[in-house]
Design a protein around this ligand. Structure first.
Ligand code: PXL
Length: 276
């Protein structure tokens, strides 16, 4: 069984980051260790939240892992939460790249053309430093634009998407993936660039006429879990697209739903079945 460590915050309520990554990656049949970067009462899209930065725990934890020779097949980073945490993650990733660990980066910091509360351009710039030597990066278009200082476009063509992907690969990433891409009103999926093969691929599923918070974390967790379970990158990303759609559909059908992320729990049997 493969073991990965995911580095992101623990938001107690709201179904994002670790509360999404842990169950999904476990359902993929992959051991999921965790390095929590911050402890929040709930995610930052709620009107208010508490935030406890765990920066001071970071070095002692990774130093202890090193002392105990604990190692990982992959590292998967998500929402980090402060520049200090990005800095520490840059050096942790560098140490792991040197050991040939597969690095997956979801630079979770914004959506719909805006950064989440608490982030700024400098944070986005620092995120680029994590990319060198990494295996896959999975930003949405907003995150890619902030990282690359490119104009965010709500309506775009294929040339815009492939340009962003090639620029992402120049940060030192093997597989650049843009999430939430669609050219027709009713389609959404991913567009990938393989820097070694110099080839593009994409897949779209149906787009539902509503949006929920936390779908990016769900998408990335499925993609990372499925790659580590042995699926090809394309298959894993396709599965992530379909799983995200299914989770959103179940959420809509739940009359008692609350505005706390999506009902990915109900879609877990699909994942387990398709990864057998
Ligand atoms: O889903 C991304 C995410 C993760 N963690 C926290 C967040 C968000 C998005 O707002 O606030 C704390």
């Amino acid at each position: 069984m493969k073991r990965l460590v995911t580095i992101q915050d623990f938001s107690c309520v709201g179904r994002c980051s670790l509360t999404v990554a842990l169950p999904i990656i476990s359902a993929c049949g992959v051991e999921c260790a965790a390095l929590p970067t911050a402890l929040l009462s709930n995610h930052t899209a709620f009107p208010d939240f508490t935030f406890c930065d765990l920066t001071n725990e970071y070095s002692p934890i990774v130093d202890m892992w090193s002392k105990l020779s604990l190692d990982f097949d992959a590292v998967y980073t998500g929402y980090l939460g402060s520049k200090n945490l990005v800095k520490q993650t840059v050096s942790f990733i560098a140490s792991q790249v040197a050991r040939n660990t597969k690095i997956f980066i979801d630079p979770a910091m914004g959506d719909y053309g805006k950064l989440y509360t608490g982030f700024d351009q400098e944070y986005a710039d620092m995120t680029c430093e994590m990319c060198h030597g990494s295996y896959m990066i999975l930003p949405n278009i907003t995150e890619a634009c902030f990282m690359l200082h490119e104009e965010y476009k709500e309506s775009y063509d294929e040339a815009y998407i492939t340009h962003l992907l090639v620029r992402l690969s120049e940060l030192g990433v093997k597989k650049s993936v843009l999430t939430g891409v669609g050219f027709a009103k009713d389609e959404i999926g991913f567009y990938m660039y393989d820097a070694e093969e110099k080839s593009f691929s994409h897949y779209y599923g149906s787009k539902l006429p509503f949006a929920y918070h936390g779908t990016g974390d769900i998408f990335s967790s499925v993609a990372v879990g499925a790659v580590l379970r042995g699926k090809s990158d394309f298959e894993a990303l396709k599965m992530a697209t379909d799983f995200t759609y299914l989770s959103m559909k179940y959420t809509r059908e739940d009359e008692a739903r609350r505005d706390y992320g999506v009902n990915f729990e109900e879609a877990l049997p699909y994942l387990i079945e398709n990864l057998k």
